[in-house]
Design a binder for this molecule. Structure first.
Ligand code: AMP
Length: 485
């Protein structure tokens, strides 16, 4: 699969769109140089006030695509909810709020107010926020409906409605709540819908709630779907930044790795090493320093590999230390960062590794840790010509007793029921909500395997869930539930 953007609009600059100067300033500060393919497709009709249904997975830049269109319409002087973003889960509500705040940083005085509303905590905490009349509300459907019913939100100033991750909203059976919510919104409004997939159910939602919508899907492999992970022979994507860190000696590599992983913005990271032994050793080193790291190499049994990948995908791990063979064809859609800890043996491997991030025009960074002789070798590779080199003096590793990095807020639970027991993701949602007492919005990524499943849940609710679900029945199967270490 080629990495060349097939969408001719992709190389445009944000200044080519009808965006107010305060948004352009925020984009510059965020270092968003060019719109991603989804943004290039969505911005013109969305800024012109049209309804849009966009097929766009996480990692495609969809949040900024609708975020910019929403923020361009907000008048901060008007005290009223002007835009509503419906999302399927608490975690996403918080992420979207942060993204909107960053994009809306320079809105004219009195500035932008964004509220995130979601189940699982006291309604009264949110009522206080609502009394300050946010301009934008990001919410899960159940909780929003509660507020509408209590008239904590009066949506008569609403200009834009966004349905984000529409397929997930339907998967979680929010259809009824959404219909009720939408029936209470002004008819004269713009509606923007985003979904990773566009099955008939989502299209039905589009037909029902959008008016003469533009149906858009960025071609050229949104999110890199279908890529076998080997990269292509083409040059590295323009959205990829390659940073070479020159170290005084190989002994500095562990501290340098720790330092990079602790940087704000590093995010989900794939760390490449050359041997299985190094993979094991390094993941243990990182775990010993309190980082959520997993290991992946060819000698691990399949369930262990599934588990490691799943933890990276559902955010209960930050880093996966992997060998090249094991990382081929990895299904991890939105990697923020790649770190090449060991120098690859050849230029092609360098390129394959770096190409695991910054897919589909989304920004990503590939770091390389190198001693001076290693740097000299890499500089001979054409694929590495765009590398920005800088000397790195990694700060000393903190003492093992020092404050630990914050643990991921998500943990993974292992449930002893899977496809062979005819148990589906729906059944698991049912059990976690019905028996476990978890809010539907708080259920994270679910992966069902033949004989077991993994469910991501908020860390603070894990203990209560274990207690309630152990020994409970899911579709007639008595299950054991354990937290994945
Ligand atoms: P999303 O698909 O909305 O979850 O966005 C994926 C990531 O891409 C987020 O970390 C954004 O901050 C980042 N991003 C979005 N648009 C751009 C852009 N035009 N240039 C660089 N990074 C972007």
């Amino acid at each position: 699969m080629s990495d060349t953007p097939t969408n001719p609009a992709a190389p445009f600059a944000f200044a080519d769109y009808d965006l107010p100067p305060h948004l352009l300033q925020a984009l510059t500060e965020l270092n968003y140089a060019h719109p991603t393919p989804v943004q290039a497709l969505v911005l013109p009709p969305a800024l012109a006030g049209q309804d849009v249904a966009g097929q766009a997975p996480t990692g495609s830049g969809k949040t900024a695509a609708y975020g910019l269109a929403v923020l361009a319409q907000i008048d901060p002087a008007v005290a009223g909810v002007q835009a509503l973003v419906l999302v399927p889960a608490r975690e996403l509500a918080l992420q979207v709020r942060e993204a909107l705040k960053a994009l809306g940083k320079h809105l004219p005085a009195p500035g932008l107010r964004v509220a995130a509303l979601y189940g699982g905590h006291a309604l009264r905490d949110e009522i206080k926020t609502l009394q300050q009349t946010p301009h934008v509300v990001v919410a899960t459907p159940g909780r929003l409906l509660d507020h509408l019913e209590q008239r904590n939100i009066i949506p008569n100033q609403l200009k834009v409605l966004v349905l984000d991750e529409a397929d997930k909203l339907l998967e979680l059976k929010f259809q009824q709540e959404m219909a009720t919510i939408i029936s209470r919104l002004p008819r004269r409004r713009q509606t923007l819908l985003f979904s990773a997939t566009m099955p008939e159910k989502v299209l039905a939602l589009v037909r029902e709630h959008l008016t003469r919508p533009r149906l858009l899907a960025a071609s050229g492999g949104l999110g890199g779907a279908g890529d076998d992970g080997r990269g292509s022979a083409a040059a590295l994507p323009a959205s990829l930044t390659v940073r070479g860190h020159v170290l005084g000696s190989v002994e500095e590599k562990p501290a340098a790795l720790y330092h990079l992983l602790r940087q704000k913005g590093t995010g989900q990271t794939l760390v490449f090493v050359n041997t299985r032994e190094r993979a094991t050793e390094l993941s243990q080193f990182l775990r010993g320093r309190g980082l959520a790291a997993e290991v992946l190499h060819g000698k691990l049994p399949q369930p262990e590999r599934d588990k490691a990948l799943m933890k990276l995908r559902n955010n209960s791990a930050q880093a996966l230390v992997a060998t090249d063979v094991a990382a081929r064809g990895l299904d991890v859609p939105a990697l923020d960062t790649v770190i090449q800890y060991d120098l690859p043996h050849d230029a092609e491997t360098f390129q394959h590794r770096a190409g695991r991030t910054a897919r589909a025009g989304v920004a990503g960074t590939a770091h390389l840790l190198a001693t001076v002789p290693e740097q000299t070798r890499v500089q001979g590779w054409p694929a590495a010509q765009a590398t920005h080199w800088a000397r790195l003096n990694p700060p000393n590793l903190p003492a093992a007793s020092a404050a630990r990095p914050p643990r991921p807020t998500t943990v993974t639970l292992h449930v002893t029921a899977g496809k062979k027991h005819k148990v589906s993701a729906h059944d698991l949602v049912g059990a976690f909500v019905g028996v476990g007492g978890l809010d539907r919005e708080a259920v994270g990524r679910i992966e069902v395997f033949d004989y077991y499943s993994y469910v991501a849940v908020p860390r603070e609710q894990s203990a209560a869930l274990l207690e309630k679900l152990n020994g409970a029945k899911v579709k007639g199967v008595k299950v054991r539930v354990t937290e994945v270490a």
